[in-house]
Every structure is written in C-alpha cells, then in structure tokens.
Design a protein around this ligand. Structure first.
Ligand SMILES: Cc1cc2nc3c(=O)[nH]c(=O)nc-3n(C[C@H](O)[C@H](O)[C@H](O)COP(=O)(O)O)c2cc1C
Length: 204
C-alpha cells in the first residue's frame, strides 16, 4: 500500500515522553512529546521537535530548563489531560493529578511514578517557521531501580515504556517487548572492539 509521505511517523512507534517545565512566573507545566531523539552515542544531547504554540516551548525559551520524564504504559490515561489545551496559568500537575519528583540540578520538577528522568538544560534551538528543534543537554539522568534487571541493565519488560503509533484517525498506544537477543556494540567492528567502550565504563 502506498501512503502519503506525511504518514511516516505512523510506521515508527514513538516514545511518549512527558516534558515538565515551569514558566517564568513559576507555573508548572506538563506536555506529552513523541518527537524525542537522543543525538548519537556517546553524546549527552537530546532533541525534541516542538510546534510553535506550546507553553513547553515558551517555558524552555524563558528558563532554559526542562525534564524529559519517561513513563510506563500505566501513564496512558495521563496523555489527554496533559495534551489538551490549557491556559499557561493552569498548573498541569494538579490538572492531571500527578505528583512532583523534585529535580536535583534544575528548577522544573520531574513527575513521580515515571521510570526515568532526564534533567536538561537548553543547548541550542533550530528554528523554522512551522517548528523548532530543541536541543537539550542532559545534566542529570536517573532511572528507577525497579526497572533494572539483576545486572543493573534497563529491563523493558519491567518498564513497559509508553509508546504510540499514529494512524490516520488517531493514536494507538503500545509498548515494546524484549526479544531476548543481545549483540555487543563491538560486533559492528572488524576487531570486535567498541571504540566508545571506555566512555561507558563509569557511571557518575
Ligand atoms: C502522544 C502525543 C505526542 C505529542 N507529541 C508532540 C511533539 O512531539 N511535539 C509537539 O510540539 N507536540 C506534541 N504533542 C502535542 C502537545 O502535547 C499538546 O499540544 C500539548 O497541549 C502542549 O502543551 P503545552 O502548551 O502545555 O506545551 C503531542 C501530543 C500527544 C497526545
């Protein structure tokens, strides 16, 4: 079947991350964002695509700070309460019945009950007439112990990350399943060594 080029995102299940910010007047804001992409390994940059009319974007421009909250499938009922238009003066933690997880390095709080929290500082904006690409630097990264396996590795079966595939009518929420198929990065190289391995040896 041939599809319109704009349907490209319907064929890429996307993460549904909740971005929390605060306005310059101190109002807490939350919005789900699916256009979220880490920028290569081993960098600490992450990019989100934002439409122009977003309180999230205004707050990031004003404060230079945001939290990317990764959540499980159990958050699917929080998507619409935070995605629906609400005026900038509305506290979206209260609106959606979500509790704060205080941040350590930046002012905007994270969301309690998520499985990972990326505290970000604005790195660069790439501005186009219809959208803005927001590049953030992750200054603190935390994952809930409950979603780690015995070796301390991220376990998608435990986290059940909230994801979404768009159809021409709406959003089909989904999650991922582990295939029990692991390949080390070194397998991509003739000498079997991952040239970036040393970067990943220490955690902060
Ligand atoms: C699942 C889902 C994913 C979304 N992803 C994005 C996105 O990547 N970028 C964007 O600008 N808006 C996205 N939106 C729309 C915003 O979440 C929505 O417009 C929200 O009201 C913005 O809130 P704010 O004005 O408080 O920032 C998404 C909405 C949903 C339901």
């Amino acid at each position: 079947m041939l599809l319109k080029p704009m349907m490209r995102e319907g064929l890429i299940p996307l993460p549904v991350a909740f971005i929390s910010t605060i306005s310059k007047d101190g109002v807490r804001n939350i919005a789900p964002y699916a256009c979220v992409m880490p920028v290569l390994r081993p960098l600490d940059l992450i990019c989100i695509a934002s439409a122009l009319k977003r309180d999230t974007l205004v707050n990031i421009r004003d404060t230079g700070q945001f939290v990317i909250n990764m959540v499980g499938a159990d958050f699917s009922d929080k998507v619409i309460p935070t995605a629906r238009f609400s005026p900038p003066e509305a506290d979206e933690f209260e609106l959606a019945g979500l509790a704060e997880k205080p941040s350590e390095m930046i002012d905007p709080p994270g969301i309690a009950g998520g499985y990972a929290w990326m505290e970000c500082e604005l790195f660069k904006l790439y501005e186009e007439p219809q959208y803005v690409l927001v590049m953030g630097r992750v200054v603190r990264l935390e994952v809930a112990d409950a979603v780690l396996d015995a070796e301390g590795e991220f376990d998608v079966n435990k986290a059940r990350p909230l994801m979404m595939a768009g159809t021409h009518k709406g959003m089909r929420f989904c999650t991922v399943a582990d295939m029990d198929h692991f390949v080390p990065f070194g397998a991509m190289f003739a000498n079997g060594q991952d040239p970036l391995a040393a970067k990943y040896q220490k955690t902060p």
